[in-house]
Every structure is written in structure tokens, then in C-alpha cells.
Design a protein around this ligand. Structure first.
Ligand SMILES: C[S@@+](CC[C@H](N)C(=O)[O-])C[C@H]1O[C@@H](n2cnc3c(N)ncnc32)[C@H](O)[C@@H]1O
Length: 197
């Protein structure tokens, strides 16, 4: 049986083609950014913590990927640089400042960065702002995967906010699915996946 993250990757892998523009909304240690970089060279990855940028830069450089770090908006011209993995030190709620073209896919891993400051967590209002922008930027046939970790303080509130928000998307233009275990005693992550029809 596929775990939720493997299912998320599989749903994205199915549609992402080389040169598609994609977004990693929560870079963290860069595992999803690396996964995306094996599918396309055009990635905008966001995180609010410098540790995340450093860890992801290391992971991608080791894999031989072309990485650009963007930590202040004065580097605007870097945003249009040839296909590359852009590691942006900013919140995903500001995605519109950086991504000006339609995107094929996005992934969120909600929660906190493992082994780092557990008080730096994704929050309902900023997550929904990002989601709203990314759903507008998404092309027809594009998908957004949300891995929702919710075992930490504040996690349940964010999970409910996201599920409520995606449940209101018009069924004529959106497919909205969930995937996750129902019989586990802890709080394993659940996947919410959106496709624009
Ligand atoms: C569960 S971790 C992500 C794990 C990551 N996808 C990986 O592959 O390692 C969540 C990340 O979201 C980041 N985060 C929190 N608020 C954010 C925001 N407003 N915008 C972007 N990232 C944010 C945290 O700093 C943390 O690194």
C-alpha cells in the first residue's frame, strides 16, 4: 500500500513534464524539491527558515542541480533566469511576488521542519493565502498536493481550515480527493490532492 507521501509524488509525477513550472511551497530539508527537480528544471521553492534554504541547497547541489538562492526581492532579475531551482527565503503567501507565469503543480508539506525549531509551523491564514494564489496560477490539468501533518499543536486547526477551504471549490472545475490511513493510533499525515479540470 502506498503511504500518503508516495501517493502525492505519484500524482505529481504523472503530470509534470520537463520545463513545466512547479512550486514547492514548503521546502524544509529539500526532499520534495529534489523529487521535483528530477522531473523539471523550473522550480520555485519557498521557506521562511534559512536552515531550510541551506539544507536544500546542499541536497540539490550534491545531486548536480543548478540552484539559485533568492533572499531579497532586489534580485528580481534572477527570477527570470533560465530554468533553475530557485530557493526563495520568503513565505509561500507571497508566491505572487515571484511566480508570474502559470504553474503545472505545487506541493505543500504542512507542519514544522523536523529537528529544527518546532514553533515555526505553517499557519492556516498564510497556507490559505498561498493556496488561493496557487489555485489561480494552476493550468488546466494541473495538480496541487497537500501533505497535512497535524499531530502538533495548531496542526488540527490548520487541517480543518484546509479541508474546509478545498471542500468549497466548485466541483465543475475542481477534483478534490483525500488519501490517508483511518485505523492508526497516532496522527499520520493525510494527503489532499486537487486537480483543475
Ligand atoms: C514539514 S516541513 C517541510 C518538509 C519538506 N517538504 C521536506 O521535504 O523536507 C514544513 C516547512 O514549512 C516551513 N514554513 C513555515 N511557514 C511557512 C511559510 N509561510 N511559507 C513557506 N514555508 C513555511 C517551515 O519552515 C518548514 O521548513
Amino acid at each position: 500500500m502506498l503511504k500518503a507521501l508516495a501517493m502525492a509524488h505519484s500524482c505529481l509525477e504523472e503530470i509534470i513534464k520537463p520545463n513545466d513550472i512547479v512550486v514547492d511551497a514548503t521546502m524544509g530539508n529539500g526532499y520534495d524539491t529534489l523529487f521535483l527537480s528530477n522531473l523539471t528544471d523550473n522550480i520555485f521553492a519557498f521557506d521562511v527558515q534559512n536552515e531550510a534554504i541551506e539544507a536544500t541547497e546542499k541536497r540539490l547541489s550534491f545531486a548536480g542541480k543548478n540552484v539559485i538562492k533568492i533572499s531579497d526581492f532586489e534580485n528580481e532579475k534572477l527570477l527570470t533566469e533560465n530554468p533553475s531551482v530557485k530557493l526563495i527565503l520568503d513565505g509561500h503567501e507571497n508566491v505572487r511576488k515571484y511566480v508570474k507565469k502559470p504553474i503545472k503543480a505545487a506541493i505543500f508539506n504542512l507542519g514544522y521542519l523536523p529537528k529544527a525549531d518546532k514553533t515555526v509551523i505553517t499557519k492556516p491564514d498564510t497556507t490559505l493565502t498561498a493556496l488561493s494564489s496557487l489555485t489561480e496560477l494552476l493550468v488546466t490539468g494541473g495538480r496541487i498536493a497537500l501533505m497535512i501533518y497535524y499531530g502538533h499543536e495548531g496542526g488540527e486547526k490548520e487541517k480543518n481550515a484546509v479541508i474546509h477551504w478545498v471542500s468549497t471549490l466548485n466541483q465543475k472545475t475542481w477534483d478534490v480527493f483525500t488519501y490517508g490511513p483511518l485505523n492508526q493510533v497516532h496522527t499520520p499525515p493525510i494527503l489532499v490532492i486537487l486537480e483543475k479540470k
